[in-house]
Unconditional design. Structure first.
Length: 92
């Protein structure tokens, strides 16, 4: 993955949907490296805005309710803007 990319694709796993996390794979970690250990804004489906951080296991807790519009195995498109905000939408 190119470090300059402004989006990644993430496949939603069963445990993530159940417990409300987005778990980051080693390849996805580079995308979030700038905000590791800091609070940042993440927007889920254009309607939920959360200030979150990445935990020591490279997971982002967003809540099970925030993932209710997604199904297991959905592809999530995660984008970031120039201001350090992240956006999660269902891929097509």
């Amino acid at each position: 993955m190119d470090k300059k990319t402004d989006r990644i694709e993430h496949k939603l796993k069963e445990w993530e949907k159940k417990y409300g996390y987005i778990g980051l794979s080693p390849k996805e970690r580079d995308f979030f490296a700038a905000v590791k250990g800091k609070r940042f804004i993440i927007n889920i489906s254009g309607k939920n805005l959360y200030e979150r951080r990445i935990d020591d296991l490279w997971r982002i807790y967003v809540s099970a309710g925030a993932l209710k519009d997604f199904e297991v195995n959905d592809i999530l498109i995660i984008r970031r803007d120039g201001k350090g905000k992240y956006y999660v939408e269902k891929g097509k």
